[in-house]
Design a binder for this molecule. Structure first.
Ligand code: ADP
Ligand code: ASP
Ligand code: MG
Length: 408
Protein backbone atom coordinates (compact mmCIF):
# COMPACT_ATOMS: atom_id res chain seq x y z
CA UNK A 1 0.00 0.00 0.00
CA UNK A 2 1.49 3.35 -0.97
CA UNK A 3 1.95 6.17 1.52
CA UNK A 4 0.86 9.75 0.85
CA UNK A 5 1.99 12.66 3.00
CA UNK A 6 -0.34 15.66 2.96
CA UNK A 7 0.69 18.96 4.51
CA UNK A 8 -1.83 21.67 5.33
CA UNK A 9 -0.53 25.19 5.88
CA UNK A 10 -1.91 27.70 8.37
CA UNK A 11 -4.57 29.21 6.10
CA UNK A 12 -5.80 25.73 5.17
CA UNK A 13 -6.65 24.98 8.83
CA UNK A 14 -7.56 28.51 9.90
CA UNK A 15 -10.96 27.62 11.40
CA UNK A 16 -13.13 24.63 12.28
CA UNK A 17 -14.70 24.52 8.81
CA UNK A 18 -11.33 24.42 7.10
CA UNK A 19 -10.08 21.75 9.48
CA UNK A 20 -13.08 19.60 8.50
CA UNK A 21 -12.39 20.25 4.83
CA UNK A 22 -8.74 19.17 5.23
CA UNK A 23 -9.86 16.14 7.22
CA UNK A 24 -12.18 15.12 4.38
CA UNK A 25 -9.32 15.32 1.91
CA UNK A 26 -7.18 13.06 4.09
CA UNK A 27 -10.04 10.59 4.46
CA UNK A 28 -10.60 10.61 0.70
CA UNK A 29 -6.94 9.68 0.15
CA UNK A 30 -7.32 6.85 2.66
CA UNK A 31 -10.49 5.60 0.99
CA UNK A 32 -8.59 5.70 -2.32
CA UNK A 33 -6.37 3.04 -0.81
CA UNK A 34 -3.39 4.96 0.54
CA UNK A 35 -1.83 5.08 3.95
CA UNK A 36 -2.05 8.73 4.95
CA UNK A 37 0.29 10.87 7.04
CA UNK A 38 -0.62 14.49 7.70
CA UNK A 39 1.60 17.37 8.68
CA UNK A 40 -0.30 20.35 10.01
CA UNK A 41 0.80 23.95 10.59
CA UNK A 42 -0.51 26.18 13.34
CA UNK A 43 -3.96 27.64 12.63
CA UNK A 44 -4.11 30.87 10.61
CA UNK A 45 -1.88 33.56 12.02
CA UNK A 46 -1.23 31.77 15.32
CA UNK A 47 2.54 31.68 14.94
CA UNK A 48 2.68 35.41 14.10
CA UNK A 49 0.55 36.16 17.14
CA UNK A 50 2.80 34.11 19.40
CA UNK A 51 5.86 35.89 18.01
CA UNK A 52 4.22 39.26 18.73
CA UNK A 53 3.24 38.16 22.21
CA UNK A 54 6.79 37.10 22.98
CA UNK A 55 8.07 40.48 21.78
CA UNK A 56 5.70 42.22 24.21
CA UNK A 57 7.14 40.26 27.09
CA UNK A 58 10.78 40.38 26.02
CA UNK A 59 12.16 42.18 22.96
CA UNK A 60 15.01 39.67 22.78
CA UNK A 61 13.49 36.39 23.98
CA UNK A 62 15.72 33.40 24.71
CA UNK A 63 15.57 31.18 21.61
CA UNK A 64 14.92 28.02 23.58
CA UNK A 65 11.82 29.57 25.11
CA UNK A 66 10.74 30.92 21.73
CA UNK A 67 10.68 27.34 20.45
CA UNK A 68 8.78 26.20 23.52
CA UNK A 69 6.18 28.87 22.79
CA UNK A 70 5.84 28.48 19.01
CA UNK A 71 5.46 24.68 19.07
CA UNK A 72 2.21 25.09 21.01
CA UNK A 73 0.53 26.40 17.84
CA UNK A 74 0.97 23.11 16.00
CA UNK A 75 -0.06 21.13 19.06
CA UNK A 76 -3.44 22.84 18.91
CA UNK A 77 -4.01 22.13 15.22
CA UNK A 78 -2.92 18.47 15.22
CA UNK A 79 -5.24 17.54 18.05
CA UNK A 80 -8.15 19.35 16.40
CA UNK A 81 -7.40 17.57 13.13
CA UNK A 82 -7.49 14.19 14.88
CA UNK A 83 -10.83 15.17 16.42
CA UNK A 84 -12.21 16.19 13.02
CA UNK A 85 -11.21 12.87 11.49
CA UNK A 86 -12.72 11.01 14.44
CA UNK A 87 -15.94 13.00 14.02
CA UNK A 88 -16.11 11.73 10.44
CA UNK A 89 -15.86 8.17 11.71
CA UNK A 90 -12.22 7.39 10.93
CA UNK A 91 -9.28 6.65 13.16
CA UNK A 92 -6.50 9.18 13.54
CA UNK A 93 -3.75 9.85 16.06
CA UNK A 94 -1.70 13.00 16.51
CA UNK A 95 1.92 13.32 17.59
CA UNK A 96 4.25 16.17 18.48
CA UNK A 97 7.69 16.19 16.88
CA UNK A 98 9.17 14.83 20.09
CA UNK A 99 6.73 11.95 20.31
CA UNK A 100 7.48 10.85 16.78
CA UNK A 101 11.26 10.96 17.26
CA UNK A 102 11.86 13.93 14.97
CA UNK A 103 15.40 14.51 16.23
CA UNK A 104 17.12 17.79 15.34
CA UNK A 105 20.31 19.60 16.19
CA UNK A 106 20.17 22.16 18.99
CA UNK A 107 20.10 25.40 16.99
CA UNK A 108 16.89 26.78 18.42
CA UNK A 109 14.52 28.60 16.01
CA UNK A 110 16.34 27.15 12.98
CA UNK A 111 17.10 23.56 13.84
CA UNK A 112 17.94 20.93 11.24
CA UNK A 113 16.46 17.45 11.18
CA UNK A 114 18.94 14.67 12.01
CA UNK A 115 16.74 11.60 12.10
CA UNK A 116 13.14 10.46 12.25
CA UNK A 117 11.83 7.30 13.87
CA UNK A 118 9.70 5.89 11.06
CA UNK A 119 8.83 2.73 13.01
CA UNK A 120 6.29 4.45 15.26
CA UNK A 121 4.48 5.92 12.26
CA UNK A 122 4.42 2.62 10.36
CA UNK A 123 2.88 0.82 13.34
CA UNK A 124 -0.05 3.24 13.44
CA UNK A 125 -0.48 3.26 9.67
CA UNK A 126 -0.57 -0.52 9.70
CA UNK A 127 -3.27 -0.31 12.36
CA UNK A 128 -5.32 1.60 9.78
CA UNK A 129 -4.94 5.02 11.36
CA UNK A 130 -4.28 8.37 9.76
CA UNK A 131 -1.13 9.65 11.45
CA UNK A 132 -0.93 13.38 12.15
CA UNK A 133 2.46 14.92 12.87
CA UNK A 134 2.97 18.46 14.15
CA UNK A 135 4.76 20.54 11.56
CA UNK A 136 7.90 22.60 12.05
CA UNK A 137 9.02 21.05 15.32
CA UNK A 138 11.52 18.55 16.63
CA UNK A 139 13.44 17.54 19.70
CA UNK A 140 17.14 17.43 20.50
CA UNK A 141 18.96 14.33 21.75
CA UNK A 142 18.78 15.99 25.17
CA UNK A 143 15.02 16.42 24.95
CA UNK A 144 14.76 20.16 24.26
CA UNK A 145 11.95 21.25 21.96
CA UNK A 146 13.12 22.92 18.71
CA UNK A 147 11.60 24.52 15.61
CA UNK A 148 12.84 24.35 12.03
CA UNK A 149 12.43 28.05 11.17
CA UNK A 150 9.37 29.91 9.88
CA UNK A 151 7.56 27.96 7.21
CA UNK A 152 9.26 24.76 8.38
CA UNK A 153 6.20 22.52 8.20
CA UNK A 154 6.96 21.94 4.53
CA UNK A 155 10.26 20.44 5.62
CA UNK A 156 8.59 18.22 8.20
CA UNK A 157 6.27 16.93 5.48
CA UNK A 158 8.91 16.24 2.83
CA UNK A 159 11.30 14.71 5.38
CA UNK A 160 8.52 12.39 6.52
CA UNK A 161 7.75 11.50 2.91
CA UNK A 162 11.45 10.70 2.45
CA UNK A 163 11.85 8.40 5.46
CA UNK A 164 8.51 6.71 4.86
CA UNK A 165 9.32 6.22 1.19
CA UNK A 166 6.03 7.89 0.31
CA UNK A 167 4.77 7.87 -3.26
CA UNK A 168 3.87 11.55 -3.07
CA UNK A 169 4.04 14.60 -0.82
CA UNK A 170 1.15 17.00 -1.29
CA UNK A 171 1.55 20.56 -0.02
CA UNK A 172 -1.88 22.16 0.43
CA UNK A 173 -1.75 25.94 0.61
CA UNK A 174 -3.65 29.14 -0.20
CA UNK A 175 -2.38 29.46 -3.79
CA UNK A 176 -2.98 26.88 -6.51
CA UNK A 177 0.69 26.14 -7.06
CA UNK A 178 4.09 27.70 -7.50
CA UNK A 179 3.91 30.89 -9.55
CA UNK A 180 6.51 32.68 -11.65
CA UNK A 181 6.67 35.11 -8.74
CA UNK A 182 4.64 36.00 -5.67
CA UNK A 183 1.13 36.66 -7.08
CA UNK A 184 0.44 38.99 -4.17
CA UNK A 185 3.11 41.37 -5.49
CA UNK A 186 2.82 40.76 -9.23
CA UNK A 187 -0.79 39.98 -10.21
CA UNK A 188 0.36 38.93 -13.72
CA UNK A 189 2.32 36.01 -12.23
CA UNK A 190 1.48 32.63 -13.76
CA UNK A 191 1.20 29.19 -12.23
CA UNK A 192 3.85 26.73 -13.38
CA UNK A 193 2.82 23.17 -14.16
CA UNK A 194 6.19 21.84 -13.16
CA UNK A 195 9.51 23.05 -11.84
CA UNK A 196 12.77 21.20 -11.21
CA UNK A 197 14.14 20.63 -7.70
CA UNK A 198 17.14 22.80 -8.50
CA UNK A 199 15.02 25.72 -9.66
CA UNK A 200 12.60 25.39 -6.77
CA UNK A 201 15.46 25.20 -4.30
CA UNK A 202 16.84 28.49 -5.62
CA UNK A 203 13.41 30.13 -5.81
CA UNK A 204 12.64 29.09 -2.24
CA UNK A 205 15.95 30.17 -0.77
CA UNK A 206 15.79 33.46 -2.67
CA UNK A 207 12.41 34.45 -1.29
CA UNK A 208 9.56 32.47 -2.89
CA UNK A 209 7.76 31.99 0.44
CA UNK A 210 5.51 29.26 -0.89
CA UNK A 211 7.98 26.50 0.07
CA UNK A 212 10.54 26.20 2.87
CA UNK A 213 13.85 25.74 1.10
CA UNK A 214 15.08 22.89 3.31
CA UNK A 215 12.07 20.87 2.19
CA UNK A 216 13.32 20.97 -1.39
CA UNK A 217 16.77 19.78 -0.31
CA UNK A 218 15.10 16.71 1.17
CA UNK A 219 12.89 16.31 -1.86
CA UNK A 220 15.84 16.37 -4.21
CA UNK A 221 18.07 14.14 -2.13
CA UNK A 222 15.44 11.45 -1.65
CA UNK A 223 13.59 11.97 -4.93
CA UNK A 224 10.24 12.77 -3.35
CA UNK A 225 7.67 13.98 -5.90
CA UNK A 226 6.11 17.13 -4.41
CA UNK A 227 2.75 18.48 -5.52
CA UNK A 228 2.04 22.07 -4.40
CA UNK A 229 -1.70 22.78 -4.69
CA UNK A 230 -4.67 24.64 -3.32
CA UNK A 231 -6.60 23.32 -0.34
CA UNK A 232 -9.72 25.02 -1.70
CA UNK A 233 -10.02 23.36 -5.11
CA UNK A 234 -9.22 20.08 -6.82
CA UNK A 235 -7.24 21.81 -9.58
CA UNK A 236 -3.82 20.39 -10.44
CA UNK A 237 -1.06 22.44 -8.88
CA UNK A 238 2.68 22.45 -9.54
CA UNK A 239 4.81 19.31 -9.59
CA UNK A 240 8.35 19.67 -8.23
CA UNK A 241 10.35 16.99 -10.01
CA UNK A 242 13.84 16.04 -11.25
CA UNK A 243 15.16 18.01 -14.21
CA UNK A 244 14.14 16.75 -17.64
CA UNK A 245 15.72 17.68 -20.96
CA UNK A 246 12.81 19.81 -22.18
CA UNK A 247 13.08 22.08 -19.15
CA UNK A 248 16.13 23.95 -20.40
CA UNK A 249 14.01 25.53 -23.12
CA UNK A 250 12.63 27.97 -20.57
CA UNK A 251 15.44 30.41 -19.81
CA UNK A 252 13.97 32.13 -16.77
CA UNK A 253 11.49 30.12 -14.73
CA UNK A 254 10.74 32.63 -12.01
CA UNK A 255 11.79 35.78 -10.16
CA UNK A 256 12.00 36.37 -6.44
CA UNK A 257 12.29 39.13 -3.90
CA UNK A 258 13.92 38.84 -0.53
CA UNK A 259 12.95 41.91 1.42
CA UNK A 260 14.38 41.69 4.87
CA UNK A 261 18.02 41.80 3.99
CA UNK A 262 20.94 43.79 5.34
CA UNK A 263 24.53 44.22 4.35
CA UNK A 264 27.55 44.36 6.66
CA UNK A 265 30.76 45.81 5.24
CA UNK A 266 34.14 45.40 6.92
CA UNK A 267 36.33 48.24 5.69
CA UNK A 268 40.12 48.10 5.75
CA UNK A 269 40.67 44.43 6.48
CA UNK A 270 44.33 43.29 6.52
CA UNK A 271 44.84 41.30 3.31
CA UNK A 272 46.62 38.24 4.66
CA UNK A 273 45.89 34.53 4.84
CA UNK A 274 43.43 33.44 7.50
CA UNK A 275 41.55 36.69 8.07
CA UNK A 276 38.45 35.75 6.09
CA UNK A 277 38.55 32.31 7.71
CA UNK A 278 38.62 33.88 11.18
CA UNK A 279 35.78 36.27 10.40
CA UNK A 280 33.41 33.74 8.91
CA UNK A 281 34.22 31.00 11.40
CA UNK A 282 33.13 33.36 14.17
CA UNK A 283 30.01 34.39 12.32
CA UNK A 284 29.13 30.74 11.70
CA UNK A 285 29.71 29.82 15.34
CA UNK A 286 26.89 32.21 16.21
CA UNK A 287 24.63 30.49 13.69
CA UNK A 288 24.32 33.61 11.57
CA UNK A 289 23.38 32.67 8.04
CA UNK A 290 25.58 34.52 5.58
CA UNK A 291 24.18 35.08 2.15
CA UNK A 292 26.58 36.48 -0.46
CA UNK A 293 30.16 37.49 0.33
CA UNK A 294 32.00 40.16 -1.64
CA UNK A 295 35.69 40.97 -1.26
CA UNK A 296 37.63 43.75 -2.99
CA UNK A 297 41.36 44.27 -2.63
CA UNK A 298 43.00 47.69 -2.85
CA UNK A 299 46.00 49.69 -1.52
CA UNK A 300 48.33 47.63 -3.75
CA UNK A 301 46.98 44.47 -2.20
CA UNK A 302 47.57 45.43 1.45
CA UNK A 303 43.97 45.93 2.39
CA UNK A 304 40.59 44.53 1.49
CA UNK A 305 36.93 45.31 2.04
CA UNK A 306 34.81 42.31 2.87
CA UNK A 307 31.07 42.65 2.73
CA UNK A 308 28.32 40.14 3.25
CA UNK A 309 24.55 40.09 3.16
CA UNK A 310 22.47 38.51 5.87
CA UNK A 311 18.89 38.65 7.09
CA UNK A 312 17.68 41.69 8.97
CA UNK A 313 16.89 39.42 11.90
CA UNK A 314 20.55 38.48 12.27
CA UNK A 315 22.19 41.77 11.38
CA UNK A 316 22.49 43.28 14.85
CA UNK A 317 24.22 40.20 16.19
CA UNK A 318 26.39 40.02 13.07
CA UNK A 319 27.37 43.68 13.36
CA UNK A 320 28.22 43.36 17.07
CA UNK A 321 30.42 40.36 16.28
CA UNK A 322 32.15 42.23 13.48
CA UNK A 323 32.81 45.23 15.74
CA UNK A 324 34.43 42.85 18.20
CA UNK A 325 36.54 41.30 15.44
CA UNK A 326 37.45 44.74 14.11
CA UNK A 327 39.25 45.37 17.38
CA UNK A 328 40.91 41.93 17.47
CA UNK A 329 41.98 41.66 13.83
CA UNK A 330 42.63 45.34 13.11
CA UNK A 331 39.75 46.20 10.78
CA UNK A 332 39.22 49.94 10.26
CA UNK A 333 35.45 50.15 10.40
CA UNK A 334 32.20 48.24 10.14
CA UNK A 335 29.29 49.65 8.13
CA UNK A 336 25.76 48.30 8.21
CA UNK A 337 22.91 48.94 5.76
CA UNK A 338 19.60 47.58 7.00
CA UNK A 339 17.59 48.77 4.02
CA UNK A 340 18.37 46.48 1.15
CA UNK A 341 16.46 43.87 -0.80
CA UNK A 342 17.57 41.17 -3.18
CA UNK A 343 15.86 40.41 -6.48
CA UNK A 344 16.79 37.27 -8.38
CA UNK A 345 15.97 35.55 -11.61
CA UNK A 346 16.14 31.76 -11.69
CA UNK A 347 16.13 29.21 -14.49
CA UNK A 348 18.07 26.11 -15.54
CA UNK A 349 17.84 27.37 -19.12
CA UNK A 350 20.43 30.03 -18.22
CA UNK A 351 23.06 27.31 -18.40
CA UNK A 352 22.66 27.19 -22.15
CA UNK A 353 21.54 30.72 -23.05
CA UNK A 354 23.57 33.92 -23.23
CA UNK A 355 22.62 37.56 -22.71
CA UNK A 356 20.37 36.90 -19.73
CA UNK A 357 22.34 39.09 -17.31
CA UNK A 358 22.55 41.94 -19.80
CA UNK A 359 18.79 41.82 -20.31
CA UNK A 360 18.15 41.91 -16.56
CA UNK A 361 20.54 44.80 -15.90
CA UNK A 362 19.13 46.71 -18.83
CA UNK A 363 15.57 46.30 -17.55
CA UNK A 364 16.56 47.58 -14.10
CA UNK A 365 18.47 50.52 -15.53
CA UNK A 366 15.56 51.51 -17.78
CA UNK A 367 13.43 51.58 -14.63
CA UNK A 368 16.06 53.79 -12.93
CA UNK A 369 16.78 51.16 -10.30
CA UNK A 370 20.32 51.23 -8.99
CA UNK A 371 22.09 47.89 -8.53
CA UNK A 372 24.30 47.85 -5.42
CA UNK A 373 25.73 44.41 -5.88
CA UNK A 374 25.47 41.50 -8.30
CA UNK A 375 25.99 37.82 -7.66
CA UNK A 376 25.52 34.93 -10.03
CA UNK A 377 25.58 31.16 -10.11
CA UNK A 378 24.85 28.71 -12.87
CA UNK A 379 21.09 29.15 -12.72
CA UNK A 380 20.67 32.42 -10.77
CA UNK A 381 21.37 36.12 -11.20
CA UNK A 382 20.78 38.25 -8.09
CA UNK A 383 20.94 41.98 -7.54
CA UNK A 384 21.00 43.87 -4.26
CA UNK A 385 18.87 47.00 -4.54
CA UNK A 386 17.52 49.60 -2.16
CA UNK A 387 14.67 48.19 -0.07
CA UNK A 388 12.23 50.75 -1.49
CA UNK A 389 12.95 49.58 -5.07
CA UNK A 390 12.43 45.88 -4.32
CA UNK A 391 8.86 45.37 -5.52
CA UNK A 392 9.33 47.57 -8.56
CA UNK A 393 12.45 45.61 -9.51
CA UNK A 394 10.52 42.37 -9.21
CA UNK A 395 7.77 43.64 -11.53
CA UNK A 396 10.29 44.95 -14.03
CA UNK A 397 12.20 41.66 -14.22
CA UNK A 398 9.02 39.62 -14.42
CA UNK A 399 7.90 41.66 -17.43
CA UNK A 400 11.37 41.75 -19.06
CA UNK A 401 11.46 37.96 -19.30
CA UNK A 402 7.83 37.69 -20.48
CA UNK A 403 6.90 35.59 -17.48
CA UNK A 404 3.32 36.80 -17.71
CA UNK A 405 3.00 34.98 -21.05
CA UNK A 406 2.53 31.25 -21.55
CA UNK A 407 5.82 29.54 -22.53
CA UNK A 408 5.93 28.19 -26.11
P1 ADP B 1 1.16 28.06 4.05
O1 ADP B 1 0.61 28.67 5.29
O2 ADP B 1 0.16 27.20 3.34
O3 ADP B 1 2.46 27.36 4.27
P2 ADP B 1 2.56 30.30 2.91
O4 ADP B 1 2.01 31.63 3.28
O5 ADP B 1 3.76 29.83 3.63
O6 ADP B 1 1.37 29.25 3.04
O7 ADP B 1 2.86 30.23 1.35
C1 ADP B 1 1.88 30.61 0.41
C2 ADP B 1 2.10 32.04 -0.02
O8 ADP B 1 3.38 32.16 -0.63
C3 ADP B 1 1.16 32.53 -1.08
O9 ADP B 1 -0.02 33.05 -0.53
C4 ADP B 1 1.97 33.57 -1.84
O10 ADP B 1 1.61 34.89 -1.53
C5 ADP B 1 3.40 33.35 -1.39
N1 ADP B 1 4.33 33.18 -2.50
C6 ADP B 1 5.53 33.80 -2.60
N2 ADP B 1 6.14 33.47 -3.73
C7 ADP B 1 5.32 32.62 -4.39
C8 ADP B 1 5.39 31.93 -5.62
N3 ADP B 1 6.45 32.04 -6.40
N4 ADP B 1 4.36 31.14 -5.97
C9 ADP B 1 3.28 31.01 -5.18
N5 ADP B 1 3.15 31.65 -4.01
C10 ADP B 1 4.16 32.45 -3.60
N1 ASP C 1 3.56 27.62 11.90
C1 ASP C 1 4.90 27.84 11.42
C2 ASP C 1 5.02 29.21 10.77
O1 ASP C 1 4.05 29.94 10.68
C3 ASP C 1 5.39 26.76 10.52
C4 ASP C 1 4.68 26.66 9.19
O2 ASP C 1 3.55 27.14 9.04
O3 ASP C 1 5.25 26.07 8.27
O4 ASP C 1 6.09 29.59 10.38
MG1 MG D 1 4.42 27.99 4.36
Amino acid sequence: MSIIVQKFGGTSVADAGKIHRAARRAIRAKLDGHQVVLTISAMGKTTDQLVALAAEVNPDPPKREMDMLLTTGEQVSISLMAMAIAAAGHEAISFTGGQIGMVTDASHTKARIRSIDAQRIHEHLDADRIVIVAGFQGITEEGAVTTLGRGGSDTTAVALAAVLNAALCEIYTDVDGVYTTDPRIVPQARKMNQVSYDEMLELASLGAGVMHSRSIEFGKKYNVPIHVRSSLTDAEGTMIVPETTGMEGIVVRGVTLKRDMATVALIGVPNKPGVAATIFARVARHNIVVDDIIQNIYEHGHEANIGFTTSKADVREAAALCEEMARDVGIRSVEVDENVAKVSIVGIGMKSHTGVAAKAFNALSTAQINIQNISTSEIVISCIVDQKDGEHALQVLHAAFDLDKAPD
